[in-house]
Write a protein that binds this ligand. Structure first.
Ligand code: FMN
Length: 383
């Protein structure tokens, strides 16, 4: 029975343990999407994770749904990311870039006034945090991509992947979940196209598969390209009616592509994260059939689970062979040494979510390790 503290062979990449720092948007980049030095400190502090996956990062400006989130479209952004990957590698860590194009999800006040693009003229019925304005309704003015423009977007993913490789990342995770652009293409509600990218479940999977193919070409190795999905989760206004059919096709194609891994997110975690009272976040019945049974049975490669995990839940899931690697999100925000804390049963520092997004190092880089806490206060109980 593998322990979550045992090494894991992710193809040619050896992970020293099975604990993954999940992708977390923190809005610490410049308004133009250039990563900042405090991000290097943050990720390097967490280098003992088996694998770090960065916050969602846009391959083109139109795909920047949220304010101050980083891009990987320009040389300046690439150079700034190179400092971050170097800092993580210097501490012995491994880091994948999460590539996130938010499509119809967003607001012009967050991306420098760029019109959002979408598969079809179907605005997301959901709210979003806008710079200075708090929670607002998402933009309804969308540019519908022509067929040629869809191929151009796919191309941009490829160019961004080349930059990610040049910046020294160990791989890329395509964000195919949470109602963003690839998920919009999968959905029979958001995607009403009649060209080769819509009309049937097979055609609706095409965008994600073409993007993955382009990422693999740019990288030159499919084992360094992973993908995150969230079947049937109604987050960011996404609605899916042909879930089983669509995801069966998708998972079969993932097998053919021989990817690094498939990651998925639970609706429970999205509900608690969104801060919105949306009872519609997931179809409970489908959810229960999907992640732990459907994905595991249908997909032959490495599976990463995420959502409200504890050390015990992750170990139980490993014992039952439900997944191979385990994402910790919020616990990683406030515990840079999460692996050591869980391994030694040291207490975890609770996260202050009021400092979740934006701002500087406060609530970001000032969470101590357990050893620093003990040194400052030796009377602290050990466990
Ligand atoms: C502040 C914050 C930002 C997040 N941003 C992203 C993101 O950019 N991309 C993504 O795929 N998931 C994102 N997530 C989801 C996490 O990766 C993770 O799946 C989720 O938090 C569930 O894990 P947890 O229950 O351990 O926190 C975010 C979560 C948090 C707390």
């Amino acid at each position: 029975m593998p322990s979550i503290f045992d090494p894991y062979q992710l193809h040619d990449l050896t992970l020293p343990n099975r604990i993954v720092m999940g992708p977390m948007t923190r809005a610490k980049a410049t308004p133009e999407g250039v990563p900042t030095p405090i991000m290097a400190t943050h990720y390097a502090q967490r280098a003992s994770a088996g694998l770090i996956i960065t916050e969602g990062t846009w391959p083109e400006r139109r795909g920047q749904g949220y304010f101050d989130i980083p891009g990987i479209e320009t040389q300046e952004q690439q150079d700034a990311w190179a400092s971050i990957t170097r800092a993580v590698h210097d501490k012995g860590g491994r880091i994948f870039l999460q590539m996130e194009h938010t499509g119809r999800v967003g607001h012009e006040v967050n991306n420098g006034g760029t019109t959002l693009c979408a598969a079809s003229d179907v605005p997301a019925d959901f709210k979003i945090f806008a710079r200075d304005d708090g929670l607002v309704q998402m933009t309804t003015e969308l540019h519908v991509l022509s067929t040629d423009e869809v191929w151009e977007v796919i191309d941009k993913y490829g160019k961004a992947a080349a930059r990610a490789k040049a910046a020294g990342f160990d791989g890329i995770e395509l964000h195919g979940a949470s109602g963003y652009l690839p998920h919009q293409f999968l959905s029979d509600d958001a995607n009403r196209r009649t060209d080769e990218f819509g009309g049937t479940p097979e055609k609706r999977t095409r965008f994600m598969i073409e993007v993955l193919t382009r990422l693999i070409e740019a990288w030159g190795d499919s084992h360094r390209i992973g993908v995150k999905i969230s079947p049937a989760i109604r987050y960011n206004g996404i609605v899916e009616n042909e879930v089983e059919e669509t995801y069966s096709i998708l998972l079969d194609k993932f097998n053919e592509l021989d990817l690094a891994y498939v990651a998925f997110q639970t609706p429970e975690s999205l509900r608690s994260l969104s801060g919105l009272s949306n009872d519609d976040l997931a179809d409970g019945e489908i959810w229960h059939r999907f992640p732990y049974e459907f994905i595991r049975e249908r997909y032959r490669g490495t599976v990463i689970a995420s959502g409200d995990l504890t050390k015990e839940l992750a170990q139980n899931a490993a014992d039952a062979d439900k997944a191979d690697l385990f994402v910790f999100g919020r616990a990683y925000m406030s515990n840079p040494d999460l692996v050591e804390r869980m391994r030694n049963d040291w207490p975890l520092t609770p996260v202050d979510m009021r400092r979740g997004y934006g701002g500087g190092e406060e609530g970001y880089n000032d969470y101590p390790t357990w050893e620093d806490q003990r040194a400052a206060d030796p009377s602290r109980p050990i466990g």
